[in-house]
Ligand binder design. Structure first.
Ligand SMILES: Cc1ncc(COP(=O)(O)O)c(C=O)c1O
Length: 347
């Protein structure tokens, strides 16, 4: 199966497994797992922050950050299609008690003036805006990259209004590779940054949250409260350290393969792809006919992808997808396109 559903489906490589097996571990809740500490320090160093915190997932990392930077009743601004709004089961509202107000974006790029005018001070009536959430790359817009200049402008606006900025950088390394910009440049314009190890970097588990020492101390306590304290987590952290050392530069291959795939898909009669949105490792496209029919037909040809709407499909490249896999996916989509258009099912 060429599994293009998500970049989260990867299995650890033999080298990663051997790094995990050889890890020196302790009890991280008791504060003595040296490999977790090494990962947290390395993550913080990469982002130019004081401290890091290893967490089981991107969802927990986002929500620990939100809780650390707000008080119940505060307002947080986030994109209308942000992962934290659409795919975290309402966690910011439930776990932090924040009021979520949405701003619009163009292919994932926030409109700075809209954010600026949305910020409000606390009054007898209004919840005060305390936090702006950004997501780079922007998943639902197709893995698009927010330009550094937009981060800078938003951070300036936030600073002037005494509002914090959290960056959901689940795929920040993809953004950095695509923009040929160091991750630390993005991180400069956020108070907290989280990045996932379990996506393009190819680890089985894990995210790292980074920020200043005081915020990360608070986040460590919140992680415990949310049930995310892990014991011999060094085995997992070793995978993260391995990935940060060996799997960052290769993201460029995932991006090249996604582009090749998208350009072939764009030639098919039953598919529409906005090639401008294909900037990293994701290819979102519309099908003229039913997305489900396409997904089922592709599965029979050994290609897995996700239907994310009646006419919307996502394919994602990652560590376990080779050029051969892409060729197979291209052949399979061509075949299904011919089949569906000959039966009229692509209409
Ligand atoms: C942009 C973004 N943020 C956060 C997450 C959450 O990560 P996790 O699945 O590890 O909870 C995802 C997951 O796909 C994501 O795409």
């Amino acid at each position: 199966m060429v599994d293009l559903r998500s970049d989260t489906v990867t299995r650890p490589t033999a080298a990663m497994l051997s790094a995990m097996a050889g890890a020196t571990v302790g009890d991280d809740v008791l504060g003595d797992d040296p490999t977790v500490q090494e990962l947290e320090e390395f993550g913080a160093e990469l982002m130019g922050k004081d401290a890091g915190l290893f967490l089981p997932s991107g969802t927990m990392s986002n929500n620990v950050a939100i809780a650390a930077l707000t008080r119940p009743g505060d307002e947080a601004l986030l994109d209308w299609d942000a992962h934290s709004l659409r795919h975290e089961c309402g966690a910011p509202a439930v776990l932090s008690g924040v009021v979520l107000r949405q701003y619009r974006s163009d292919t994932g790029i926030p409109r700075v003036s809209e954010i600026e005018s949305a910020i409000q001070s606390e009054t007898l009536h209004a919840p005060g805006t305390r936090l702006i959430l950004l997501e780079n790359t922007h998943n639902a817009s197709g893995g698009t990259v927010i330009p550094l200049a937009v981060h800078r402008r938003i951070f300036d606006v936030a600073r002037d209004a005494d509002v914090s900025v959290h960056l959901d950088g689940a795929r920040l390394f993809n953004a950095a590779v695509a923009a040929e910009t160091a991750v630390v440049e993005y991180a400069r314009f956020a108070d907290t940054v989280t990045f996932c190890l379990s996506k393009g970097l190819g680890c089985p588990v894990g995210s790292v949250l980074t920020g200043n020492a005081e915020t990360i101390d608070r986040a460590r306590r919140l992680r415990k409260r949310f049930g995310g304290g892990l014991r011999q987590a060094g085995f997992l952290a070793a995978a993260g350290l391995y990935a940060l050392r060996h799997h960052r530069d290769r993201l460029v291959d995932d991006h090249r393969r996604a582009r090749v795939l998208a350009e072939h898909l764009a030639e098919l009669s039953g598919i529409q792809v906005d090639l401008k949105s294909v900037q990293t490792n994701m290819v979102y496209f519309e099908t003229t006919g039913s997305a489900k029919v396409w997904v089922d037909a592709l599965a029979r040809e050994g290609v897995a992808c996700l239907a994310l709407g009646e006419h919307r499909i996502r394919m994602v490249t990652h560590l376990d997808i080779s050029d051969v896999g892409i060729d197979h996916a291209i052949e399979a989509t061509r075949k299904i396109d011919r089949l569906l258009s000959s039966t009229g099912a692509s209409q």
